[in-house]
Design a protein around this ligand. Structure first.
Ligand code: GCB
Length: 626
């Protein structure tokens, strides 16, 4: 668009043009104002449209793909993208290196604007160049990160080349880690899809940007007035001090965060609290959301707006149960993956809406996944009344690696960035610091847990902190869990044998759960997983049949239902997904690489057990009495 503008145009006209509908050049570059999700600042532009991709094949750095200006060797693609959906080979699971490239013109070329590139989820290691110049790196998927586009490398009026080298070859210290199964195949709990799994945005900074924003409603009793903490951290990108004013509204009530001088390139925190008398509370049956809006002014100019939805509710552990707005919970729900037969983890809105609708249709009030969900998934959960067990992919890390300081630092960064990115969602009920670390924790895990709990509480004192553990009787009572609020038990009694066959007999489940309770009478206990593979009709006694799965869910949910102290139980999983080559999951007639404990097949159709679970969920009072 900018090349078409005569240089005599005034600044005001340029400003107006930047806010208008995309002009032809902008549209041709596939750049659109705004984000796929709704919450967030209004200075983001989706880097959509045509992207280019090529596999590395050991050539990328040698041939300097990052500097290439022609399109030879590149093929067209669209982002989000994974390059290995449908390639079920061992090599695909192990990972490789792929390159993405986006040629684009800035949607606004005014000199005072600074620009960031924001990546919502890149799996796994990313290195980024702008016009041939290296601008940064990141490690780890499922959480957003951004890089400043250096002014000296950025072309305001011409085409820019953003190149991302993505390496998804996993290490044993990654989240989740690589490893080998007993049979020598790559280990892992879900498919290692390489690529730009979620969107990429350009973020325009008009002198001042918001670097973090917290809206934290606090409710001391269900009939009390709410107190809402509003905290906005801004950064001045300019070379001179700016007078910055932050204001806003919460459900129509004004929030005044005041005005301050912010030094050149400095950060400043604005904070206040407002009272909301007689609030309408958020809950799964009535997921009421307040509209929240902030505006940032620098000098006399409004430079930024930020919109989000907030729900007022309290989530606490009291008398050994999780409570919502003072009511003891007995939730039922499902674990899930953001997987799709065609698109892998690079799913779109329609698929996210489908997943949320399926969870609701089943009667779930809680969903769990092994990694932070897409921001839009959180918004759907907020709106539809699904609580979220929010977990970082610190998944089955071996103690010898968790022992390393570098690994613990990375884990701490995951936790921090999950909380910073997602804490404003009413649906998130707890921060989970991992899944299935050693079931017999020692000093290493103890150290990890203590630090992670302290860190989570410092960042967000309003939510409980939990951990999902493999449920084995031999684990006994573990003092290492002392600081956790919530313990999730992954129980596969009667499905997997477990070490020395200790969980082979499902009749041991009830007594085992009681023993867990006896160990941790003051913590909230969940069954965070239970499930059985099913892919065919056959005898009820035969593992892997639909009949076995039906019998399994009936038995397990009856046992869970007999424990009044339990805070909830979560079936694993809602739907089938790709897990890893040669997966059998305990099924004598498996169908690798598909994990088949889902109540829905990978094609979305319902297995018979779906209807049992639906009936049993409906028959359970999940949002108990006060
Ligand atoms: C687990 C894991 C989960 C697996 C499941 C299984 O404990 O947490 O990621 O998919 O077991 O099916 O074995």
């Amino acid at each position: 668009m900018h090349r078409l503008l005569a240089p005599t145009l005034t600044l005001a006209l340029l400003a107006a043009a930047a806010f208008a509908a995309p002009a032809p050049a902008l549209a041709a570059d596939g750049i659109t104002r705004g984000t796929v999700y709704k919450d967030g600042p209004d200075n983001r532009y989706l880097l959509g449209g045509e992207w280019l991709f090529r596999l590395d094949n050991g050539q990328g750095r040698k041939q300097r793909f990052q500097r290439q200006t022609t399109t030879d060797g590149w093929t067209k693609t669209a982002v989000p993208n994974t390059w290995n959906a449908g390639d079920n080979s061992v090599a695909s699971m192990q990972g490789t290196v792929g390159w993405y490239r986006k040629d684009f013109r800035l949607p606004d070329r005014r000199a005072r604007m600074n620009w960031l590139a924001r990546f919502e989820s890149v799996n796994y290691r990313a290195q980024v160049w702008l016009n041939g110049r290296p601008i940064g790196r990141n490690t780890g998927a499922y959480l957003p990160w951004d890089l400043r586009l250096p002014r000296s490398a950025l072309k305001r009026g011409e085409t820019n080349r953003l190149v991302v080298r993505v390496d998804n070859r996993r290490l044993r210290t990654d989240f989740p880690p690589s490893g080998l199964t007993g049979s020598g195949d790559p280990a892992g709990g879900w498919w290692n899809y390489g690529g730009l799994l979620r969107e990429v945005y350009l973020q325009r900074v008009d002198r001042v940007d918001i670097t973090s924003l917290v809206v934290r409603p606090e409710l001391s009793c269900a009939t009390c007035d709410a107190s809402v903490l509003a905290r906005v951290v801004v950064r001045n990108y300019g070379d001179a001090t700016a007078r910055v004013r932050v204001g806003g509204s919460f459900g129509g009530r004004a929030i005044n965060l005041g005005s301050r001088r912010v030094g050149a390139r400095d950060f400043e925190r604005f904070q206040t609290r407002i009272r909301v008398p007689r609030p309408r509370l958020w809950s799964p049956v009535s997921p009421y959301l307040y509209g929240v809006r902030f505006t940032v002014r620098a000098g006399n100019r409004r430079v930024l707006g930020y919109t989000l939805k907030s729900g007022i509710r309290s989530i606490k552990v009291a008398d050994g149960k999780l409570t919502l707005n003072g009511r003891a919970l007995n939730l039922r729900g499902v674990g899930l993956h953001e997987d799709d037969p065609q698109r892998g983890f690079a799913i779109d809105r329609a698929r996210r809406e489908q997943i949320a609708a399926q969870a609701k249709e089943l009667g779930a009030t809680v969903i769990r996944s092994h990694y932070p969900l897409h921001p839009e998934m959180h918004e759907l959960a907020d709106r539809m009344g699904l609580l979220v067990w929010s977990e970082i992919p610190v998944y089955a890390i071996k103690t010898q690696y968790l022992k390393r300081e570098t690994v613990r630092k990375l884990a701490a960064r995951e936790l921090e960035s999950n909380i910073l990115a997602n804490q404003n969602h009413a649906s998130i009920m707890l921060w989970s610091i991992g899944n299935e670390l050693s079931a017999r924790p020692g000093p290493v895990q103890s150290f990890y847990i203590e630090h992670a709990v302290r860190q989570a509480k410092a960042l967000d004192p309003s939510r409980p902190v939990g951990l999902a553990v493999a449920g084995y009787p031999s684990a006994g009572c573990r003092p290492q869990y002392a600081t956790l609020d919530v313990i999730g038990i992954n129980e596969y009694f009667g499905w997997y044998p477990g070490p020395n066959g200790q969980i082979a007999d499902r009749d041991a489940l009830s007594g085992y759960l009681d023993s867990v309770r006896a160990c941790y009478p003051h913590k909230a206990i969940f069954v965070s997983e239970f499930g059985a593979e099913a892919n065919r009709d056959g005898p009820l006694e035969e593992k892997g049949t639909f009949q076995y799965q039906q019998d399994f869910v009936n038995y397990h949910l009856a046992v869970h239902g007999s424990k009044p102290w339990l805070s909830g139980s979560v079936y694993w999983a809602l739907q089938e997904f790709r897990v890893r080559p040669n997966w059998d999951g305990g099924n004598p007639r498996p169908n690798p690489p598909v994990h088949e404990k889902g109540l829905l097949r990978f094609d979305g159709s319902k297995k018979p057990a779906w209807f049992d679970v639906q009936r049993l969920f409906a028959a359970t009072p999940q949002l108990g009495a006060q």
